[in-house]
Design a protein around this ligand. Structure first.
Ligand SMILES: [Zn+2]
Length: 454
């Protein structure tokens, strides 16, 4: 019986990959909050908050709160494990269509996409802002996703991360349409696939490859009021398999290399790799396994390696050092026994690009000013989320909360307390409206990106 059970190994790799959008990552400041914002941004939000049309819109968000919770329950109870988001996507699409985006559709990757055109303003074309929440959850098929109400909280796996985000997008669409609020820029409503685990941001990668005209992104995730995510840590993950002939520990000694010894050499070299403190760049051999018995020269061994950085350059440099260390280790193990029979296979199992939205960018200052209008001090944070993709492309992107107190992400005990949750939905909607501008009230703050050369 092999000591290395494949299914157990894969489970531990999957567990190591569960770092998509953990709540704890939202708690730490990664940059100082902007002390003041550009006068144009300040003025835009002052005008928005003073406008009767916007005050009515915000009242409508509050009035829609109870109905929105019904959407939340409906969508939460449709399982959406990674790569199996389709049923929830269809339900979200149906709601988008019913609430006023009849042309919404599911794209080739499985994302639900619906465009709410802006007026374009005097120039005829405003910016296009992607507003999104991910459809997928970390929970495997068969998980009980029934919503249970207890002590003022709603409990269900995935209810806050990120079904609440989906429900908030639907509520925004409804109130914008009911109140006939026209934006200047376009709003691209998206419920995307592939945020969690080994989804590797496939939904966002596809969207940004298909829609070259997106000028910015505001993602919704469970986060305390005032939180603005500006940093997307990049990661690459490898499953590394060492394979040799194996043999009896006594009889074959001297004739065959050991997969475990080869892996041990590799780990010793990896442990010595140097990385910069800033941008923070990290690595670890997260899991190991291998061998068949104590008196067998191991024919196989496997390890999972996680490499992260707040910038792509140092990530790739560290990755090169680690991959080279593995090759050197295999060569040394073969040389030790004067053979050539130990081989290694390095499989990329996690691939998340990353980047940072500058604290003094328009999108961050806009969110900061909108938060101030709702009485919240802004905290700039980082994590690995859908926003990693636009950040890696240099497209302004932030992730903010949609309202409600949340906890227990990625655990079966996940919950949300939506007492006054509409306030967060108002706050984030105002952030968005300032960025795209409101017809008759404000010009878009978000700039159209220069068209790509050629
Ligand atoms: Zn999430």
């Amino acid at each position: 019986m092999p000591a290395l059970s494949t299914s157990r190994f894969l489970t531990s790799v999957a567990a190591a990959a569960l770092l998509a959008c953990t709540g704890s990552a939202f708690a730490q400041a990664v940059a100082p909050t902007p002390a003041h914002v550009r006068p144009a941004i300040d003025q835009a939000y002052t005008q928005l908050m003073a406008a009767p049309q916007i005050q009515q819109l915000l009242e409508a968000v509050k009035a829609d709160h109870a109905r929105s919770i019904e959407d939340l329950k409906l969508l939460t109870e449709i399982p959406a494990p990674p790569f199996k988001e389709q049923k929830r996507a269809e339900a979200f699409l149906a709601r988008l269509k019913a609430l006023g985006l009849p042309d919404a559709h599911i794209d080739a990757e499985g994302n639900v996409v619906g465009l709410r055109k802006g007026t374009g303003g005097p120039g005829g074309s405003g910016p296009k802002l992607l507003i999104s929440a991910h459809l997928d959850t970390v929970f495997p098929e068969g998980t009980d996703v029934t919503v249970k109400e207890r002590d003022g909280r709603l409990y269900a796996p995935g209810i806050s991360d990120n079904t609440r985000g989906l429900a908030v997008l639907l509520s925004w669409l409804k109130v914008l349409n009911d109140q006939k609020v026209q934006t200047v820029g376009d709003l691209l409503f998206v419920g995307n696939v592939g945020e969690e685990e080994l989804g590797n941001l496939r939904g966002m990668k596809h969207l940004f490859a298909q829609h070259k005209d997106i000028d910015g992104m505001v993602g919704l995730e469970p986060a305390p009021d005032g939180t603005v995510l500006v940093l997307g840590t990049a990661s690459h993950r490898y499953e590394v398999s060492f394979k040799g002939p194996g043999g009896h520990s006594y009889a074959a000694f001297g004739q065959v290399p050991s997969a475990i010894h080869g892996m041990g050499r590799a780990i010793a070299k990896i442990a010595e790799v140097k990385t910069p403190t800033f941008p923070k760049t990290t690595f670890t051999v997260g899991t190991v396994g291998g061998g068949t018995s104590v008196n067998t020269i191991a024919p196989s061994a496997k390890m999972a390696v996680d490499i992260r950085s707040d910038q792509m350059g140092p990530l790739l440099e560290t990755e090169q050092k680690i991959l080279a260390a593995i090759d050197e280790a295999v060569a040394e193990e073969n040389k030790r026994w004067n053979v050539n029979t130990l081989h290694v296979e390095k499989k990329l199992i996690g691939d998340r690009p990353g980047g940072r939205t500058p604290a003094d960018s328009v999108i961050v200052e806009a969110a900061t000013r909108a938060n101030a209008a709702f009485g919240h001090k802004t905290l700039l944070t980082g994590a690995s989320t859908d926003a990693n993709v636009p950040m890696s492309l240099g497209i302004p992107a932030i992730v903010i909360g949609g309202g409600g107190k949340t906890g227990g992400f990625h655990a079966l005990s996940e919950w949300i307390d939506l007492t006054d949750g509409w306030k967060g939905a108002q706050n984030s909607l105002v952030t968005v409206l300032g960025l795209v501008g409101v017809q008759g009230l404000t010009q878009p703050l978000l700039e159209k990106r220069a068209p790509t050369a050629k």
